[in-house]
Design a binder for this molecule. Structure first.
Ligand SMILES: [Zn+2]
Length: 461
């Protein structure tokens, strides 16, 4: 009898250990909304049924629901990318089991979020074909508006639930001359006009995503500071929500670039990377463990405004010595034209054609122009060194118009990294230039807004 009790006790301990291991596995699924291939294989029926055998009530139920939500999210984002797709292909792309795909698509059909399209595939010469049932998103379920604020421009995009951009508009205005009141009024009026011009879509407006150059406070919903505007601490989210009665998400523009890259291809860009944007200003976006990292108030990754040289050159943010004050477009003009380092960035008067002329001069052998880009490469290298030392990141992507001069900066960048990096840190470091895609910011705004919209619609289930 005593022996039997001991065996039972040992057996109970073994079961407890197994449950703990299972719970640990479940926790590892909580973070990414786009799953790696190894995870995908385990998110279907097998893990769910396993949990139902060994689970202990609400916590496993909650985890199962979370996995199901992630799978629905993944199916919706795949449909948005593929437009029309058969269930079997949906399973192949997502790695989900046929039973999971069938169950989730049945839910989505019932909610009216997707529709079936019957088409004839594999047409044979005699005119007989095999009917195929394709799935597609119902475009009119909801729409979102993307708003991008940059110096002297506001861009509006209207995007339907299927992820198609149906309308766009660019408003030009002298942004730095606009007061807080003028800017807010203009934004509201122009957005209202944009919606009035598209009344059918506007009826289904569900989300407004707003990306701004500079520093934002996502908790308060304020533009803390932007090079596009003179006034600070602009309470924009509350104003938009009050006027349009829908959710509004405020972000920094470079964060939206990181979001766009990760959402477009997580396998390619990876779960951990930094994207550095070099254009009028300089910014960075961090993807850490498959999530956009924005810090407590959304102001993390203000790479361009981290201190480079104490009491150094005047920056567009009003402080001295920021990295941007040595890398932004106004810094290039200031150096090339021997202007004082405390010339106000807003007064330097930069046009992109001026930067292009300096790039061409450098390529033609102009020593002064070459030195400007060599200095820029060195500063960038110092900045990247700090990021790597802090975050242990191995992948850096560079984007923005200034990267078109990457060939002119590359040597000094590499030297700068060689001098500054501890040798153990530069192993496997990759720096890649992403050129030719001007739409990354708005693609990120749309991806983020769609993610929130999907969550909201699926919560009804
Ligand atoms: Zn600054």
């Amino acid at each position: 009898m005593q022996f039997n009790l001991l065996v039972l006790y040992e057996f109970a301990l073994l079961i407890q250990k197994f449950i703990l291991v299972t719970k640990k596995m479940v926790r590892s699924f909580e973070t990414p909304s786009i799953l790696s291939s190894a995870q995908k294989d385990m998110t279907g029926e097998s893990l769910n049924s396993h949990l139902s055998l060994w689970g202990d009530g609400m916590s496993e139920k909650g985890s199962r629901e979370q996995i199901r939500q992630q799978n629905r999210d993944y199916i919706l984002s795949t449909l948005r990318k593929e437009k029309l797709i058969a269930r079997i292909e949906l399973g192949q792309i997502t790695g989900l089991s046929p039973a999971t795909v069938t169950s989730i698509t049945a839910d989505l059909l019932e909610l009216g979020l997707i529709v079936e399209h019957h088409e004839i595939a594999n047409k044979e010469p005699k005119g007989r074909g095999r009917p195929r049932c394709m799935l597609g998103l119902q475009p009119n379920v909801a729409c979102i508006v993307s708003v991008k604020l940059s110096v002297d421009h506001i861009q509006f995009l209207l995007c339907n639930f299927a992820g198609q951009i149906t309308q766009q508009k660019i408003v030009n205005f002298s942004s730095r001359k606009a007061t807080r009141e003028h800017f807010t009024q203009l934004l509201i009026e122009e957005l209202q006009d944009f919606l009035d011009e598209n009344p059918i879509e506007a009826k289904h407006l569900a989300e407004i995503g707003l990306a701004v150059q500079g520093v934002v406070d996502t908790q308060k919903g304020t533009i803390v500071w932007s090079p596009a505007l003179t006034d600070r601490d602009i309470d924009i989210v509350r104003t938009i929500k009050t006027h349009f009665g829908v959710n509004c998400l405020l972000s920094n523009d470079t964060n939206m670039i990181a979001e766009a890259l990760y959402r477009a291809n997580p396998n390619k860009y990876g779960e951990n990377f930094v994207v550095i944007y070099m254009d009028q200003g300089v910014g960075a976006g961090f993807i850490i463990d498959g999530q956009l990292y924005t810090g407590q108030t959304g102001a993390a990754a203000e790479f361009g405004h981290s201190l480079h040289i104490p009491d150094g050159a005047l920056c567009s943010c009003g402080r001295r010595g920021c990295l941007e004050a040595y890398m932004g477009d106004y810094a290039i003009i200031r150096q090339y034209n021997d202007m004082p380092v405390d010339s106000a960035p807003q007064q330097v008067g930069v046009e992109w054609k001026d930067i292009e002329e300096i790039i061409q001069a450098a390529r033609a052998g102009n020593e002064k122009a070459k030195q400007v880009f060599s200095n820029l490469g060195k500063t960038l290298g110092i900045g990247i060194t700090r990021l790597i030392a802090l975050l242990d990141i191995k992948k850096i992507y560079l984007t923005g118009r200034t990267t078109s001069a990457y060939d002119l900066m590359q040597d000094s960048l590499v030297n700068s990294l060689d001098e500054s990096l501890v040798s153990s840190l530069d192993n496997e470091l990759s720096i890649e230039v992403l050129q030719g895609d001007e739409s990354l910011i708005e693609r990120g705004i749309v991806a983020k807004a769609m993610q929130r919209l999907d969550k909201k619609l699926l919560a009804k289930r």
